[in-house]
Structures are given as C-alpha cells and as structure tokens.
Design a protein around this ligand. Structure first.
Ligand SMILES: [Zn+2]
Length: 180
C-alpha cells in the first residue's frame, strides 16, 4: 500500500538485479499502470527522472522523481512459468515474478489476468532500431543504485526481485525497498 504523496525507493543493493513493479489504484483495482499509454505519451522507450507512469485510464499513478541508473524496461511482461518453459526450455519451471506477484496480490482480490506489463526497474533491454530485435542485457545498475517513485494517488503496489537468468546476468540477488 502506498498513499498519495509517499515515496517508494527501489534499491539494487548488490548491482545487476531487476525488480518488477506493478501498481493498481486503491480506489478501483481495475485501474492499473499502462506500458502502452506511458510510452506513447512520453514518446520514448526509456523512462527516467521526471517521467510519469500513466494508467489504462490515462491518469498518472506514479512519477519517477529520482533515478541513478536511467535504464529500465517497460516493454516485457513479468517472467512466469511460461517464460521459463518457452524461452529457457525448463521442464519444471519456477513461479517467477508473475507467480510471486499473483500470490502477493491475492489478498487484494487482484487476479492473475489483471496483472499488467510491469515497470521493470533496472532491466536492460537493448533494441535494434531497424529490425526491432530485442536483447536482454545485464542491468547497468551498480551496488546501491536506486529509483524513486512518488505515488500520485493511493496505490496497491507489487514488487519482486526477478529470477529470470538473462535479466540479472545469471546471478540471483535481493532487491531492497523503502517507503517514506
Ligand atoms: Zn522476473
């Protein structure tokens, strides 16, 4: 839960870790962060300090107020059992960010189908401008780097430490957060 005006700081304590963030309006959880609207209105792929994160109803839910890295992803869906099955060929895949978010959001009556594309803090996706081909590269974050978001309305927020090998350069580390 993040009240309007509160600041959420997401910290990468050891570097090269990714944290998937989703946020829902507390007043009506059908209102949720929207990758498509946010990137469209910003006319760019990489959001950073000063940029708003819009909802599916074009309201600003969060604003990035400080960012020591400047490279995050807002295109790719949270990793899931299906990600590990389809991309990595795992026969017994783990839950991933999606499964963890699903469990964490259950008490708020938010179902799996309502989980949007996450704002993937520190995730470094390179894009070939001609072909559009995507590559997940190691994050640019170093130990202690952080990104701060201000809640522009009362929110329910889900946050994970990502367990997809590509997105954290094959080392699985924690993510810290503070609310102030
Ligand atoms: Zn993940």
């Amino acid at each position: 839960m993040l009240a309007k005006g509160q600041i959420l700081t997401v910290v990468d304590p050891y570097g090269e870790q990714v944290a998937d963030l989703v946020a829902f309006s507390k007043a009506d959880t059908r209102e949720v962060i929207s990758s498509g609207r946010s990137l469209d209105y910003a006319s760019k792929l990489f959001l950073t300090t000063g940029d708003p994160i819009y909802s599916n109803r074009s309201n600003i839910l969060l604003r990035i107020v400080e960012d020591t890295v400047g490279r995050h992803d807002f295109l790719l869906t949270p990793c899931s059992k299906d990600t590990f099955r389809i991309i990595y060929g795992d026969t017994d895949p783990h839950l991933g960010c999606f499964g963890n978010l699903e469990k964490a959001l259950q008490p708020f009556k938010i179902e799996a189908d309502e989980i949007p594309v996450a704002f993937n803090c520190f995730m470094n996706v390179s894009i070939d401008a001609t072909s559009g081909h995507l590559r997940v590269e190691p994050p640019q974050s170093k130990a202690g780097d952080f990104i701060k978001f201000r809640a522009e309305t009362d929110l329910i927020v889900g946050l994970t430490a990502c367990s997809a090998p590509q997105s954290n350069n094959f080392s699985f580390k924690p993510i810290d957060f503070e609310i102030g």
